[in-house]
Design a protein around this ligand. Structure first.
Ligand SMILES: O=C(O)CCC(=O)C(=O)O
Length: 218
């Protein structure tokens, strides 16, 4: 009897140590499959390395400028094509057309999401220098679905409820978003949650595609 008790204790201890070992060696600071809000999806390895290369080449041709918001200048650089949201006027304006070099990406994402590629009204290119972030926000109201492509490096993407009363340390969902992946923000993750990116460890580029709401004024 005594020996079976110590055997059970030994097995429990071994299982515990094995769990600790896995957590350390697999670098699981994040749960392996974090539970994300309804409407959020994440597709790793969405792009091939050749497609990533092609997009980075296309981005080199884009004239990026520092993102400014109500007198505040962020570290990240951006350029918007198609419809752009003017944060001062709180409305969208039509800008330069989306360059043809991005056409294959629009096609690939719309095929994946089973939507018409013409529905992507805005394509935003963002460059994140080392250490730069995007703070907590919910995207501008005229836009509906958001599709995000990550290039060059990985980042930590976070989601938390938009409602301040539901916010707290425990309500933050952190997930590693890898280069060449696609994430989609739609449904509740679009309307009831906000997102942010923690300081990037290496230069990151993203391409954000947005559809317009049917009732958006333009
Ligand atoms: O870089 C990203 O993936 C996020 C971009 C974003 O949230 C935004 O531009 O509003």
């Amino acid at each position: 009897m005594e020996s079976s008790k110590s055997e059970i204790l030994f097995s429990l201890l071994t299982a515990f140590l094995y769990h600790c070992f896995l957590s350390i060696t697999m670098d699981t600071l994040f749960p392996i499959n974090p539970v994300t809000p309804e409407g959020f999806s994440y597709i790793p390895e969405f792009l091939s390395m050749a497609e990533e290369e092609k997009l980075l080449h296309e981005i080199k041709e884009v004239q990026l400028h520092t993102f400014q918001f109500q007198g505040y200048e962020a570290k990240r650089k951006v350029k918007s094509f198609g419809y752009d949201y003017n944060f001062n006027q709180r409305s969208i304006t039509k800008g330069e057309p989306i360059p043809e070099g991005f056409d294959f990406l629009l096609q690939k994402i719309s095929d994946k999401l089973n939507i018409d590629k013409e529905r992507f009204a805005e394509l935003l290119v963002t460059e994140y220098p080392v250490g730069s972030v995007i703070n907590w926000h919910r995207d501008a109201p005229p836009f509906e679905l958001i599709a995000g492509i990550s290039l060059s490096s990985d980042c930590t993407f976070r989601l938390r409820p938009y409602d301040k009363e539901k916010q707290g340390r425990k309500s933050i969902i952190s997930l590693p978003v890898k280069r060449r992946s696609l994430y989609v923000i739609d449904g509740a993750s679009r309307s009831e949650w906000e997102h942010s990116i923690t300081p990037v460890k290496a230069v990151r580029y993203s391409i954000t595609l947005r559809t317009l709401r049917n009732d958006a004024q333009h």
